[in-house]
Ligand binder design. Structure first.
Ligand SMILES: Cc1ncc(COP(=O)(O)O)c(C=O)c1O
Length: 470
């Protein structure tokens, strides 16, 4: 104890956090001369997986896991095994991929009321968003001659859209929020110009789980003759069931005139394995902007629906299998459990933790800020008690996105009790720096964001090396 920051022991601790297996498993820096035994590797993998799943399985993690049912995962892994090695690009060899992909798109289109089942299956939410942006950019270039494209996003729109815009030379215009934490439609209208390729709304947004006023955005998009992408990556596979269960779900899907594309992640509330999402379009012409076909390459004729070349048939098959085995009943039951757990958490905070302010009235997550305590100190104390929340900024807040594992009996009550204690901790430690807020402090320094970006780059560097010796 009492070591100076930056001491050798701190470095050791950091290395242990990043490389927890460096002392207990072999670190491979070259392909071993003799292959390791499959049994040993399976045992090693199972040990890591069991340890890493423990917090999530106990229901103490926000978001991330969604289903949490290991029998379901096991079944999906069995399905995956049959096509893990198959390349769905080669449809002559694997025509089953056409069945699976087409039916995933059809089922999603039916859920989100797409007039026709027009879509693609991508590798995840970011992939869906980036492909949508690409289609809008190409469409605006071809039809309207837009050369310096821009997209207007709510500040809360998922950051993958910014990444995609950055990669594709699209300017991002940031639309502010109203006091209700949804996008300010008038401000969005003011930001649009002749080079706007599309506008975006979320259903719901990552930070607060709130649904932007999609009906008003649809009217605006139609009036200006641009597309409206609805990012339902997070909420998409939950909202239709919430509506069926009688929850008040604002209009967000293709029933809203002006909505031209929707992304929704099968690997979130669709309960599929990680690595798939659906991107649906209202019309085929827009979708075809993302098709790639080459006729004059020495490698032969080549066509692919998006950025990926080879894709594993295992993921497509297991996503299809997740949807057809969950069935409407399965999805409804899971949604009911998730929504009522979130209701219980919101009600508990409102009744017993007046220091916290719930942001909006989100259906499947609870996001809270505070004018009385430092929420990052609250997070420190929750971490101590074994909870893994998501930290937000601008304003400082935390969110608990409810998924299958959080619906286990007792989890909501335990959380509320620990949250009350965590707020008391934040009151008792008022004014002290919070460990989980440390990174957010950089923004206030001169060149703080630049410094923070280089620290973050260093983190990525560190994540891409084998454990250091020692
Ligand atoms: C609203 C929203 N959109 C997009 C994404 C990006 O999804 P992915 O992490 O699968 O790329 C997320 C992820 O949480 C999200 O919440």
């Amino acid at each position: 104890m009492g070591e100076d920051a930056g001491s050798p022991n701190d470095l050791e601790r950091m290395l242990d956090d990043l490389f927890p297996y460096r002392r207990i498993t072999e670190t491979y820096r070259r392909v071993p001369d003799h292959g390791a035994s499959r049994e040993e590797i399976l045992t090693e993998i199972a040990t890591m997986a069991k340890a890493e799943d423990a917090t999530g399985d106990a229901g103490r993690v926000s978001g991330s896991l969604y289903s949490g049912d290991h029998q379901h995962y096991h079944f999906l892994a069995q399905v995956f095994e049959h096509f893990a090695h198959a390349n769905v690009l080669q449809r002559d060899m694997y025509p089953s991929a056409t069945k699976f992909e087409g039916e995933i798109i059809a089922m999603a289109a039916d859920l989100f009321r797409d007039p026709q089942p027009i879509g693609v299956v991508t590798s995840g939410g970011s992939d869906s968003l980036v492909h949508a942006l690409y289609a809008y950019r190409e469409d605006a270039r071809e039809r309207r001659g837009v050369r310096i494209p821009n997209v207007v996003l709510p500040v809360t729109a998922h950051v993958a859209l910014r990444k995609g815009a950055h990669w594709m030379g699209i300017e991002v215009k940031d639309a502010p929020l109203t006091d209700a934490f949804v996008v300010d439609v008038e401000a969005m209208a003011d930001l649009m110009d002749d080079d706007t390729i599309a506008i975006v709304g979320s259903a719901g947004d990552y930070a607060h789980g709130l649904i932007d006023p999609i009906d008003r955005l649809g009217a605006l998009a139609q009036e200006r003759g641009v597309g409206l992408h609805v990012d339902g990556c997070l909420g998409g596979f939950l909202l239709p069931w919430a509506e069926e269960l009688g929850y008040d779900v604002p209009a967000w899907d293709f029933r809203v005139p002006g909505v031209t594309s929707i992304s929704a992640d099968t690997h979130k509330y669709g309960y599929a394995l990680k690595g798939t999402s659906v991107l649906l379009y209202r019309d085929a012409a827009l979708r075809s902007r993302q098709w790639f076909a080459s006729t004059d390459w020495p490698g032969g004729l080549y066509l692919s629906p998006g950025l990926a070349g080879s894709r594993s048939g295992g993921l497509i098959a297991s996503t299809w299998a997740a949807m057809v085995t969950m069935g409407r009943e399965g999805y409804l039951a899971k949604a009911q459990a998730i929504l009522s757990t979130n209701d219980a958490i919101k009600a508990g905070i409102r009744a017993h933790i007046p220091e916290l302010e719930i942001i909006g009235d989100p259906l499947f997550m609870t996001s809270f800020q505070s004018s009385e305590v430092d929420v990052y100190l609250v997070n420190d104390a929750l971490k101590e008690r074994g909870w893994r929340m998501n930290s937000l900024q601008l304003p400082p807040a935390l969110h608990f996105c409810i998924t299958g594992p959080n619906t286990q009996p007792g989890v909501a009550d335990d959380f509320l009790a620990d949250l009350r204690a965590a707020v008391d901790y934040a009151i008792a430690h008022r004014g002290e720096p919070a460990k989980s807020g440390a990174m957010y402090g950089f923004g206030a320094m001169p060149d703080g964001n630049q410094t923070l970006r280089s620290v973050m780059g260093g983190v990525l560097d560190a994540m891409h090396v084998a454990a250091p010796e020692g």
